[in-house]
Design a protein around this ligand. Sequence first.
Ligand SMILES: [Zn+2]
Length: 207
Amino acid sequence: MSCSASKKIVDKPIVFNLERSELTLQYLKNRYGLEQDVPNIIPRMIVLHWTAIPTIESSFDAFLNTKLPQWRPDIESVSGLNVSAHFLVDQDGTIYRLIPETTMARHVIGLNHCAIGVENVGGTADTPLTKSQLKSNVRLVKYLAKKYNIEYLIGHHEYTLFEGHELWLEKDEEYRTTKSDPGNAFMAKVRKATKNFDFKPIPTIIQ
Ligand SMILES: [Zn+2]
């Protein structure tokens, strides 16, 4: 059976050298006001994503290097730290771990200091997320929720609902991006399958 491929977590590390470590520490300091000696996080949230890139190779390559490809160091307000995530789930459900679960990855504005990121390969018109990916996301959420004190499970498209929440630390009110990944339908299925963990409800917009 092909299901064995999705059973174990495969370590496939991206580059995390001294440069990435320093860029991460800078990010924590400049964006969140957190001065740390090591770029660690205490996980309290899981954020699910899709890469909008159709293949595992290209998705991995997008996260591999330490600096954002288009980074202009002369724009000091913008961090050069490349985006990444802790996990990357291929269309066949194989789960790759890209960095340690308690190291900070840049994947969600405002919340990276406490959020574990799970990226899914695909999300384009030709590569919608698969049933195997759904199963692997559920497995990963269960694994992480047993290991850490996870309070929130959110889709990337829901992140701005945390503005004003105690976990929201982004200092720049202008720094926002509009996200649609991974969508309400996918989140509803993952939430249904993990409802016994009683994650906290996400904040709703106050009238
Ligand atoms: Zn995303």
